[in-house]
Design a protein around this ligand. Structure first.
Ligand code: GLN
Length: 192
């Protein structure tokens, strides 16, 4: 059976995720614009963009409880960049609407203006034995993690990817590469 994988389509980089999901077998990618679409999903991606804007839209379109409900039903949720910020339970120096679905503390725009955007390559052992390209755009970092949160990748001493149970967060953008490895890793979390 095809798995319905939603990409939250309120603001930000939606089509890039949809395009990479199309390369994965048995996946039907769905742009999610309405709360009614959420309960029927097998997994959800919250893309990059502007986290404060996406947060306000989540509230406006009444999606917050539906997303929390997905988590409680063990459906995988992945946040990239702004999506990571929205999934975090603590955001440094900013009072903003967020979902709080993983015990991490996040610092926004953490690489500073000199390193606003950059690309690097790294092996992330949990995900693939081959190096993957990591694209950072005004990226956040994770400054603290809860007890059972698994750290997947660091750049120098900065945590840039983590997971706990069905929640995956990356401060970089695998959807801006042409490599579906990370998307495949996420899809493998769907319980068959
Ligand atoms: N800096 C943005 C924010 O704080 C995130 C950037 C991105 O998603 N590429 O929301």
């Amino acid at each position: 059976m095809e798995k319905k994988v939603g990409v939250l389509a309120l603001q930000g980089g939606v089509s890039e995720h949809i395009d990479l999901l199309k390369e994965i077998e048995n996946v039907s990618p769905i742009p999610v614009k309405k709360a009614e679409q959420i309960p029927g999903l097998d997994a959800l991606i919250i893309p990059g963009g502007e986290s404060t804007t996406i947060g306000k839209l989540l509230k406006k379109y009444d999606m917050i409880d539906a997303i929390k409900e997905l988590k409680h039903r063990n459906k995988p949720i992945w946040g990239t960049c702004a999506g990571l910020i929205l999934l975090a339970d603590k955001i440094e120096n900013k009072d903003m609407i967020h979902l709080g679905l993983i015990e991490i503390t996040v610092k926004r725009n953490a690489f500073g203006s000199q390193l606003d955007s950059f690309i690097t390559k790294k092996i992330i052992p949990a995900v693939s034995p081959e190096p993957v390209e990591l694209v950072f755009i005004r990226a956040p970092i994770i400054t603290a993690v809860g007890e059972d949160v698994r750290i997947l990748a660091k750049i120098e001493d900065k945590i840039v990817a983590a997971e706990k149970d069905n929640i995956l967060v990356t401060s970089f953008h695998p959807e801006l590469t042409d490599n579906p490895t990370f998307h495949q890793y996420f899809i493998n979390k769907i319980i068959h």
